[in-house]
Ligand binder design. Structure first.
Ligand code: EZ4
Ligand code: CO
Length: 403
């Protein structure tokens, strides 16, 4: 029997921080997993190094389900972003190994392709409307079929979704959390106007998405959804914080604008009522933060029963290892909706060499065995951990708001 001989955690910052798990077997097969939790990277690194890696050595790498249950039930302490990200990294690395052992890409192990590739959306943003329209046009020129639009609000410095002029937008940009301003009245006034300008520019059929980023109450979100109904958004994302799943019933009953939720949720239990009560249209849980391929597939299968489609989180804080795993799963599930795709920066690709490629508005998975992603450990050592935090939002009266 093949056994796991080593499980090693690599913390590296090629352009941004990533936590990567490398599992090696007695046959010399290597599998990769992503354990990056933005702004809380070292907590997951410690969870893995101190509490999980010692339990993996000697185990059969083929027993993915057993290892998943062992780590989930065996911890006693269930769910939560740190635990579920750590389990995800192990799970994804074991799927990578299983594919390499079988000589098959992971999507073949998951039942084979149901589509040629995963349609993706890119992130367009601008400080004002003309800048946003230019950015939207750039994505259209690059062949994207779907684009997310975020713009600055006049009179409100530093709202979510705007870059600082770097190569790509990354909100975790400061050694200590940056403080940004927020005004719900300005947002409710200005956002529908800039989204209307984008819809006008791109025509009726390009998919247009928007991230509210947890900023509204259920009633405000209902009002927002109504005010953009004629713009035919593909979705409004995270209209209100999702700890309160019942809050979505109010939004749902008052607007037909589709709703997407789940990037900060970690388990099937966190999305159970959102799905079974049909309170959302798209579930955004990801491979890396919701327990890996094994658990995310369960969430997607549950969603299929209720006509909820997938729309996984895929920002730059999910490493190319996660994105590879996401694309393998995306092409196999019947209820695929869309995949978020923020292309990683050049430096990131000095460490991670993913096999997926962008074509016809889709990410097409690699046909190589396993996940088809290579990680250059020597290159990773050139980029030590660099503390970076997500911003905090304050209302104009100084009180803390949801960021
Ligand atoms: O703020 O990934 O839809 N995408 C997003 C992201 C998140 C970051 C947090 O780590 O909301 O930009
Ligand atoms: Co989001």
């Amino acid at each position: 029997m093949s056994t796991i001989t080593e499980a090693k955690v690599i913390v590296s910052s090629p352009g941004r921080n990533f936590v990567t798990l490398k599992i090696t077997t007695s046959d010399g097969v290597v599998g990769w997993g992503d354990a990056t939790l933005n702004g809380r990277e070292l907590a997951v690194a410690s969870y893995l190094r101190d509490h999980v890696c010692p339990l993996l050595v000697g185990r059969d790498p083929a027993r993915i389900e057993d290892t998943w249950s062992y780590l989930y039930k065996g911890a006693y302490w269930r769910r939560g972003p740190v635990t579920m990200t750590a389990i995800a990294a192990v799970d994804v690395a074991l799927w990578d190994i299983k594919g390499k052992v079988a000589g098959l890409p992971v999507y073949e192990l998951l039942g084979g392709r149901a589509r040629e590739g995963a349609t993706v959306y890119g992130h367009a943003a601008g400080a004002d409307v003309p800048e946003l329209l230019d950015d939207v046009a750039r994505f259209r020129d690059e062949g994207y079929l779907a684009v997310r639009a975020q713009a600055g609000l006049a009179g409100v410095p530093g709202v979510y979704g705007l870059g600082h002029g770097g190569e790509v937008y990354d909100p975790a940009d400061a050694a200590l959390p940056e403080e940004q301003a927020w005004s719900t009245p300005e947002y409710l006034d200005q956002a529908p106007k800039y989204l209307a300008a984008v819809r006008d520019a791109i025509g009726p059929t390009v998919h247009l998405l928007h991230d509210v980023h947890h900023r509204l109450s259920p009633n405000e979100a209902a009002r927002f959804g109504r005010s953009v109904e004629e713009l035919n958004l593909f979705w409004m994302e995270d209209p209100t914080p999702a700890e309160h799943q019942e809050g979505f019933r109010l939004i749902r009953s008052r607007t037909t604008t589709p709703i997407a939720v789940g990037e900060i949720l970690n388990s099937i239990w966190d999305v159970q009522h959102l799905i079974t009560e049909q309170l959302i249209d798209y579930v955004r849980t990801s491979v890396s933060h919701a327990g890996g391929i094994t658990h995310l597939r369960r969430i997607f299968n549950l969603a299929e029963l209720y006509q909820v489609r997938t729309g996984s989180h895929g920002a730059t804080d999910l490493s190319p290892v996660s994105l590879s795993a996401a694309v393998h799963l995306d092409v196999t599930v019947p209820n695929f909706g869309i995949q978020e795709y923020m292309a990683h920066m050049r430096l990131t690709h000095e460490v991670f060499r993913p096999g997926y490629r962008f074509a016809d508005g889709m990410l097409v998975p690699s046909d190589a065995p396993g996940l088809g992603v290579e990680v250059d450990e020597a290159a990773a050592e050139r980029f030590p951990y660099d503390p970076k935090y997500l911003p905090v939002a304050r209302r104009l009266d100084g009180s803390v708001h949801d960021w």
